[in-house]
Design a protein around this ligand. Structure first.
Ligand SMILES: *Cc1c(COP(=O)(O)O)cnc(C)c1O
Length: 400
């Protein structure tokens, strides 16, 4: 048979002529860094998620850093979050000089277990940083209830969750409205829409929005866009320590095109996930992710828990040998050398904590999710025959 077998990647950004034209528009305009395209992207993004304010930054990690600073996280503080996330989540806490305190996840949704949050709230707790992992909304009602009782701000790491929805007082609302205090998004190519790299903060607090705009540009009192258009000479000043966390206008121009296509992209992902579900439901021992009745994921990633008898790395290798890329489950920060026990806290029981960087009984669901799950290919352009190839392959390998 001469049929050419092509490889199926784990993900592929959905970029085309419209995005290329938009980048060209920004380039030809002569204004390429944070300017009118960024302002347009922010307006359109805020309208899409239903937030009062949206502020574009260089990526989601810098967005998380600014969000934590805004809610008052300082050196010596503790921030409650999950280990089971891309390492950027925990890193953003450490950029503030604070310590992440890790709590375990729920095995069905891969999100923070709200029941475990209160156990680790202590005198030094300054904020709760939740992650809508792989696009699945967290149990926000329960989390906000705890946060309000303890007067703690909630920052949402929504890096993966653009287009995800939650049922709120009987209405479907977008993640990022935000339901917590601040939500942070990523436009890295592995996410549902991309600007190459990029991030966005959404909030309904105008003071924080103002603060983000200063911080992202070195604390500069008068932005260059304003000085550029001014009829009189203006000198700027730098009243506070800031950062260079700007998004460029080239990125924002691409982002505006991606945002227009987001509904169609999310719809396609939901369709493909429905197909995965229908065709994988009868594989013995294979566990598919749960979508609670009050949540609609954008399915940034589709993660399956392997049957007991299947070895994660062997399954992944066999699939790769057959031309299908997969990834292991989401990492756990506490198992990385960058997270020696000194770099994270067990919370209030720190003195009696028996956790080691590689193993922590309190985080066993997180560790198992990393070790026992794989992420299957899922992208906008994926065809049904391609998806069937992935499904048949997984079935063959898993049913031995
Ligand atoms: C991708 C990701 C980030 C980091 O986003 P960048 O834009 O690459 O900085 C943070 N948190 C989570 C959960 C992510 O998946």
């Amino acid at each position: 048979m001469s049929e050419k077998i092509h490889n199926i990647p784990i993900a592929k950004p959905s970029l085309g002529e419209a995005e290329a034209e938009a980048a060209k528009r920004a380039i030809m305009s002569g204004w390429v860094t944070q300017g009118p395209e960024v302002a347009g992207f922010e307006r359109e993004f805020a309208a899409y998620v239903g937030a009062k304010h949206a502020c574009a930054v260089s990526n989601c990690t810098t967005a998380l850093h600014l969000a934590l600073l805004a809610v008052g996280v300082q050196p010596g503080d503790e921030v409650i979050t999950v280990s089971h996330s891309y390492i950027a989540t925990a890193n953003s806490v450490r950029y503030c000089g604070a310590m992440p305190v890790f709590v375990d996840i729920e095995p069905q949704t891969y999100n923070i277990n709200p029941m475990l949050i209160e156990n680790v709230i202590g005198d030094r707790t300054r904020a709760i940083l939740i992650v809508h992992q792989m696009g699945m909304p967290c149990e926000l009602k329960a989390i906000l209830d705890i946060a309000h009782r303890y007067k703690l701000p909630v920052v949402e790491d929504a890096a993966c969750a653009i287009g995800s929805e939650i049922l709120w007082d009987g209405k479907w609302e977008k993640i990022g409205k935000p339901h917590g205090d601040i939500a942070c998004f990523s436009f890295h190519p592995r996410k549902v829409i991309t600007t190459g790299d990029g991030g966005m903060l959404t909030t309904n607090n105008p003071e924080w929005d103002k603060q983000f705009r200063l911080w992202r540009q070195h604390g500069m009192s008068v932005p260059d866009t304003v000085r550029h258009g001014a009829k009189q000479v203006i000198f700027e000043s730098y009243p506070m320590l800031g950062y260079n966390y700007r998004m460029t206008d080239i990125q924002a121009a691409v982002g505006r095109e991606q945002l227009k296509r987001l509904p169609e992209i999310v719809e396609r992902r939901r369709y493909l996930v429905q197909r995965y579900r229908e065709k994988l439901v009868d594989v013995p021992g294979l566990k598919l992710p749960t979508e609670p009745t009050w949540a609609k994921s954008n399915w940034q990633s589709f993660c399956v828990r392997l049957p007991e008898k299947c070895h994660q790395q062997q399954v992944m290798q066999a699939m790769l040998d057959a031309g299908v890329s997969t990834r292991r489950g989401i990492m756990c920060a506490h198992r990385e050398p960058a997270y020696s026990i000194e770099a994270w806290s067990c919370g209030i029981d720190a003195d009696i904590c028996e956790c080691k960087p590689g193993k922590c009984d309190r985080l066993s669901e997180s560790e198992q999710a990393q070790d026992r799950t794989i992420i299957l290919p899922l992208f906008h352009q994926m065809s049904e025959p391609e998806q069937d190839r992935v499904i048949e392959l997984l079935k063959t390998i898993c049913q031995v």
